[in-house]
Design a protein around this ligand. Structure first.
Ligand code: 2PG
Ligand code: MG
Length: 418
């Protein structure tokens, strides 16, 4: 009885880019859950459709009634069933009719309402009482590509992960130390730098890719020396964004260099070897499972080669990657697949095949903190959710609270997948 759904409310709210998105409230007999959907700028072609044509405004007037009429009276605890009903309501393969962002917000809000009905935090409701592992924060330091202005680097994200941190508090503060150090280094290099930032709170400088890499690596080394916490550099290349399908080359406009797929594999392998990159996401365009497999074979022993646009949190597509040995890590974004239960399926498949699951924000975010709970509940060892900015720290600060709540918290075991 406690978790029977009594009411559902849907509203249009702002996201961090100032675009409209959708927030959902689910009210049960004894609880309440609220969740909002994020949105991407560099989306994978095989993601579910975020909203039907016309965006949030197209559906906002009718979606509340449509969903309420089916879900009111159901038990919020029956998460799999709720998700099936949502998919039935939509009726399309890619959730194009009510939108994957609608289904994901309802799915997450329902899970939160179920947890709240039993006075439990979401991470414990989904993950159980024995969960003790806190994920390492993968924080964004420099923004380029689709997340920054046109003079920024082609590579979308220069990130860091504080692998030596012993608590989440130490981890998030180590990341902001690097963020501050990088600002200093950019300013030394470019006296006219205004301190401008990109969509995810990383600096958006007028630097070449190579200059940004050198600054990123230097900042990691300096902060490691100063704090004693080992920090490693990471990248999200979002390579589909600068792949030219006609010439079949990766176009690095900032440097005026083009690379074939073979050259791209060699280039990324060299970066990993030279600079000790811990993690490289989407180094190869989506759809190129072979290119991913070549790079994984060459450089995957000491580096996580992660598929985001490649896998789009889809278990079927991940299965193809597993078979072809493409990558050894996967980005997990619930709104790429549209429901919590499908997100869970993909995480399980990844873990069973030693692909490191990295729970992730989107570039357009709200202050919703659900992904912090999901990373803990699903024991994902890494969470990618920026380093600064309100919509990013909403997740990081929630992890600090979760850690405080646990009796014996420990940072995740990053070697478990090796
Ligand atoms: O490419 C990515 O990994 C994400 C988040 O960093 O960006 P977007 O949400 O724009 O897809
Ligand atoms: Mg990505």
């Amino acid at each position: 009885m406690d978790s029977v759904i009594e009411d559902i409310r849907v509203r249009k709210i702002l996201d961090s880019r100032g675009n409209p998105t959708l927030e959902v409230d689910v009210v049960t007999w004894n609880g309440f859950g609220r969740a909002a959907a994020p949105s991407g700028a560099s989306t994978g072609a095989r993601e579910v459709v975020a909203f039907p044509e016309g965006g949030v405004d197209k559906i906002i007037s009718e979606v509340e009634d449509i969903i309420s009429s089916e879900l009111i009276g159901m038990d919020a605890e029956d998460l799999n069933e709720i998700d099936l009903v949502l998919k039935e309501i939509d009726g399309t393969e890619n959730l194009a009719s009510i939108g994957g962002n609608t289904t994901v917000a309802v799915s997450m809000a329902t899970a939160k309402a179920a947890a709240s009905s039993y006075n439990m935090p979401l991470y414990r409701f989904l993950g159980g009482n024995m969960q003790t592992e806190i994920p390492f924060p993968l924080g964004n330091m420099i923004n380029g590509g689709a997340h920054a202005g046109k003079n920024a680097p082609d590579i979308q994200e220069f990130l860091v992960v504080p692998v030596g941190a012993e608590t989440i508090t130490e981890a998030v503060f180590t990341n902001v130390n690097v963020h501050k150090k990088i600002r200093e280094l950019i300013q030394t290099k470019d006296k006219s730098f205004t301190g401008g930032k990109g969509d995810e709170g990383g600096w958006a400088p007028n630097l070449t890719n190579q200059e940004a890499i050198e600054i990123q690596v230097k900042a990691c080394e300096t902060v490691t020396d100063e704090t004693g916490v080992l920090v490693k550099p990471c990248l999200d290349m979002a390579a589909s964004e600068f792949w030219n399908a006609e010439t079949e080359e990766y176009v690095y406009a900032k440097e005026g260099v083009n690379r074939t797929t073979g050259e791209q594999v060699d280039y990324v392998s060299e970066l990993i070897e030279t600079y000790g990159y811990y993690y490289v996401e989407d180094p190869i365009r989506e759809g190129d499972f072979e290119g991913f497999a070549d790079l994984t074979k060459k450089a995957g022993k000491n580096c996580l080669i992660c598929g985001d646009d490649l896998f789009v949190t889809n278990a079927e597509i991940l299965a193809e990657g597993i078979e072809k040995k493409s990558g050894n890590s996967i980005i997990i974004k619930p709104n790429q697949i549209g429901t919590l239960s499908d997100t869970y399926k993909t995480v399980e498949l990844a873990k069973n095949n030693k692909y490191v699951p990295v729970v992730s924000h989107r570039s357009g975010e709200t202050t919703d903190d659900t992904i912090a709970h999901l990373a803990v509940a699903f024991s994902c060892p890494i969470i990618k959710t920026g380093a600064v900015s309100g919509e990013r720290i909403a997740k990081l600060n929630e992890l600090i609270r979760i850690e405080e709540e646990m009796t014996y918290p420990e940072m995740a075991d990053l070697n478990k997948y090796r």
